[in-house]
Write a protein that binds this ligand. Structure first.
Ligand SMILES: Cc1cc2nc3c(=O)[nH]c(=O)nc-3n(C[C@H](O)[C@H](O)[C@H](O)COP(=O)(O)O)c2cc1C
Length: 317
């Protein structure tokens, strides 16, 4: 599939994950062969107010194209201004969040709240498309709840205003992350529009991705939770889709090696206090399934310095 000037083949994307897909994690995923990554969602308002923490989320230096930045907001004009700023910070694609279910987001009419207001959703997409020259994409859920599935109408409306790719997380807002993603809806959206559709929801291993494509005809897949502590999953899935060959899972030494590099990156970008705080959860994900993982987890959660974290990780191998 193509997105603007980019020929992406059948892409496997690392999903936008707030609190997870920061620069350190994106670089880690790419260091083990992942190609297509997404920023965390970034508030349009905070960006236009030049909030310093938000601006640091737009540090894309050294990252390969296409650099995909996800914005969330509820006001077309503010979203358009934020998109311009993101492009000035070297974004190559602007993605609009129409799926975040968090109460603090939807109460501001942002994220999944847009599924209840299609004219506004479309107006936002249209304003962003008009404001920037780079491709604009949307990541959406199916609807607010089972009684109000709007995916087809929304997809058609977004295509009509110039959105160039849709990612469909096949759950409703009410589901949050529970139950199963209903992949059939991804196929229905794919049949409804002529722009590429990326399937998302419950891809935890490479074989899931090929089933998702077979079942729905979608043009690519996106992986979120499966990549937590498992950045290799993006390349392994891409390789399986491209060549039908299953690469081996990383062994323990490799997991620790990459976790230590990830730690160095996060300390470099966020400093010792915040970096260590954020790395604890990643470290626990990296050691999932290891011998004595529960005990290691407790030790990791109590680390007070990077040296302590390093020595626990080094002790494992
Ligand atoms: C911790 C966490 C943070 C997330 N943050 C975002 C976000 O910032 N933007 C977004 O569009 N979706 C976000 N999502 C949703 C994921 O991108 C993805 O759609 C969802 O997890 C389903 O895919 P999966 O089954 O592969 O995890 C988040 C999900 C999780 C678990």
């Amino acid at each position: 599939m193509r997105l603007g000037v980019y020929d992406l083949g059948v892409p496997v994307f690392l999903a936008p994950l707030a609190g997870v897909t920061d620069k350190a994690f994106r670089e880690t995923v790419c260091s083990v062969g992942g190609k297509y990554v997404w920023t965390e969602m970034i508030s349009d308002k905070a960006l236009t107010y030049q909030n310093s923490r938000t601006l640091s989320m737009l540090d894309l230096r050294g990252e390969a194209e296409p650099r995909i930045v996800q914005l969330f907001g509820s006001d077309p004009e503010t979203m358009a201004r934020a998109a311009v700023l993101a492009v000035e910070c070297s974004a190559n694609v602007i993605d609009i969040n129409m799926g975040c279910p968090a109460p603090k987001i939807v109460k501001n009419s942002e994220g999944a709240a847009l599924l209840k207001d299609l004219p506004r959703a479309q107006a936002i997409a249209s304003a962003v498309v008009q404001a920037v020259k780079v491709p604009v994409t949307v990541k959406m859920r199916l609807g607010w709840d089972d009684d109000k599935i709007v995916a087809l109408d929304l997809a058609k409306g977004l295509e009509s205003v110039g959105v160039q790719m849709l990612t469909v997380h096949a759950r409703t807002r009410d589901q949050f992350y529970s139950g199963y993603a209903d992949w059939d809806w991804i196929g229905r959206v794919k049949n409804e529009v002529n722009i590429p559709v990326i399937g998302n929801g419950d891809v935890f291993k490479p074989e899931d991705a090929s089933r998702l494509i077979e079942q729905t005809g979608c043009d690519g897949v996106m992986i979120g939770r499966g990549a937590l502590g498992n950045p290799w999953l993006i390349l392994r899935t891409q390789h399986f889709l491209n060549y039908g060959e299953l690469l081996p899972e990383p062994h323990m030494e490799e997991r620790i090696r990459v976790a230590l590099q990830h730690l160095d990156r996060v300390l470099c970008y966020k400093g010792e206090r915040i970096g260590l705080n954020e790395m604890r959860k990643h470290a626990v994900w990296y050691i999932k399934g290891f011998n004595k993982a529960a005990q290691l987890r407790d030790e990791i959660m109590q680390t007070k310095t990077p040296e302590e974290m390093r020595s626990i990780l080094n002790r494992i191998v």
